[in-house]
Design a protein around this ligand. Structure first.
Ligand code: AMP
Length: 497
């Protein structure tokens, strides 16, 4: 992160003071990294069979801020995400759309990465495709069989849940609770709850690899432990995902890796995000109540969406509506307004006091912000601190009781907070936004005309590129059946309905 470490604005962040609520214990635990200053963070990545929706975005924005804050605290963070590019849903969608599972997965992986970039989710160090870790997956299954935790049948290889006595410890479920989840009926399995490690090839299936058990493909859970073992070893610091993954996915990961390595715990801190809901129901593809990230970013800019997401604590559910985003945007706009006022004040000598003293309110605001973020990444309270600062500075500007030094420091502090949250509090950092000036409007019209000529010549690639590049500049083109189409400019803050 560019210049995110604090300068001399007061207390220095102390890595020793953080608390993280771990799903395993249900308590806020003092954070202690396994390797002093280095943190290994793994978050379950997407299954790439379709465009991601803003529920996914909620989870990935939350962990982007976790990575940003850990870096701010002085840790060196290795943030790893898997890409599930081998899966029933991918195979099914590819068959429906008459394409190959591989090209479908690559297409949606690329679109996912573009979405993350557009959302400012930029802290993942490595995306590991499941399909590129088949030898590691097979190796882990072989060890599980050798150790007596897994067995082969005519349909595949399964993990024998009854052999792992800690099964249920993450989701806090007893053996009777687990009984209720006995899905995957397969008469070849020893216990109904045994989960798949390797699926043997069915008739006509094309996505297969050779293995000691014949042609087939991996089960979902084993991907993640094979990938994390490859890059982190048998134990690491933080594992994240949304709450729906606690059971059975994360429970299965614990069973696989702790059984293979004999080392406990697999992970020191299990972090789970709450859902982004629509009218009380989880946003999901299967319910059809979703808005893709792409659609959302046509209506509101990434900063506004991030600000909306971060106004809630990562473990709390979020109720999504355009009105709710609009409301949270007025808060963002208040902060940006202050930055504009400060800039204007700093350009006018004599409007503020001369003083070299560090402002006590600036020191206090930073200390409170850090305290809230140290407390299980409480962005809701951290933002409250920002609003208190904004109120206080506005008042002092009106009363002419604030020094130039303090104004400079407040501006610097807001930039620092903005970088931790991945939200720009200064509109000018973002390039052209707001209403179009006449000249800008003329230039946009010129681009639209050139694009229209390209479309007439069927140069779709260049025409699309112009549309995408204009979109990056917040200019949204809408094609019409006849004519060159029209455009709108995304607001720098807020939603276009
Ligand atoms: P998937 O591609 O469905 O495996 O989801 C990728 C990640 O997004 C996982 O961590 C999911 O738990 C998470 N996720 C899916 N839907 C939502 C939602 N509505 N709110 C928050 N996170 C979600």
């Amino acid at each position: 992160m560019r210049g995110c470490r604090p300068r001399e604005l007061g207390s220095t962040p102390n890595p020793g003071l953080m608390k993280i609520q771990s799903t395993m214990t249900g308590n806020k635990e003092n954070f202690l990294a396994i390797h002093n200053n280095r943190i290994n963070l793994f978050v379950c990545g997407p299954t790439v069979y379709d465009d991601s929706h803003i529920g996914h975005a909620r989870t990935y924005i939350a962990f982007d801020v976790v990575a940003r804050y850990l870096k701010y605290k002085g840790f060196s963070v290795f943030y790893l995400q898997n890409i599930t590019d081998v899966d029933d849903k991918i195979i099914q969608r590819a068959a429906e759309t008459n394409t190959s599972p591989r090209s479908l997965a690559r297409k949606f992986e690329q679109r996912y990465l573009e979405d993350m970039q557009a959302l400012g989710v930029t802290n993942v160090n490595y995306y590991a495709r499941a399909s590129e870790h088949i030898p590691e997956i097979i190796d882990q299954i072989v060890r599980l069989i050798e150790l007596g935790f897994a067995y082969e049948t005519e349909t595949g290889v399964y993990f024998d849940e009854s052999r792992f006595e800690d099964f249920g410890k993450l989701s806090h479920q007893s053996a009777e609770d687990l009984e209720k989840h006995r899905i995957e009926p397969d008469p070849s399995k020893r216990n109904p709850g045994d989960f798949s490690l390797w699926k043997k090839r069915q008739d006509g299936e094309q996505v297969t690899w050779d293995s000691p058990w014949g042609k087939g493909r991996p089960g979902w859970h084993i991907e993640d432990t094979a990938i994390t073992e490859t890059y982190f070893g048998a134990q690491y610091d933080i594992h994240g995902g949304a709450m729906d993954l606690i059971f059975p996915h994360h429970e299965a990961e614990i069973a696989q890796m702790e059984a293979t390595s004999g080392k406990k715990p697999l992970v020191r801190y299990w972090m789970h995000t709450g859902f982004l809901n629509v009218m009380g129901e989880k946003m999901s593809k299967s319910l059809g109540n979703f808005t893709t990230i792409r659609d959302m970013l046509q209506r509101c800019d990434a900063d506004s969406f991030r600000f909306f997401v971060l106004s809630s604590h990562y473990r709390s559910p979020i109720d999504f509506s355009l009105e709710a985003i609009e409301q949270s945007c007025s808060g963002l706009e208040r902060i940006r307004q202050l930055v504009k006022i400060i800039d204007a004040q700093l350009e006018t000598p004599g409007d503020s006091l001369e003083s070299d003293e560090i402002d006590a309110n600036v020191i206090e605001a930073r200390a409170k912000f850090i305290e809230h973020m140290d407390n299980d990444f409480n962005t809701t309270y951290a933002l409250r601190t920002v609003f208190e600062l904004v109120r206080d500075v506005n008042r002092r500007i009106n009363e002419k009781t604030i020094s130039r030094r303090a104004l400079n420091d407040v501006k610097e502090l807001l930039r620092e907070f903005g970088e931790i949250l991945g939200v720009s509090f200064s509109v000018t950092e973002k390039g052209p936004t707001g209403t179009a000036e006449d000249q800008t409007g003329n230039l946009i019209e010129l681009f639209i005309e050139i694009r229209q000529k390209l479309r007439e010549k069927k140069d779709w690639q260049l025409a699309d590129e112009i549309r995408n590049r204009l979109n990056e500049l917040n200019v949204v083109l809408e094609d019409e059946k006849a004519g060159k189409g029209k455009y709108s400019i995304k607001k720098s803050c807020g939603v276009s309905k």
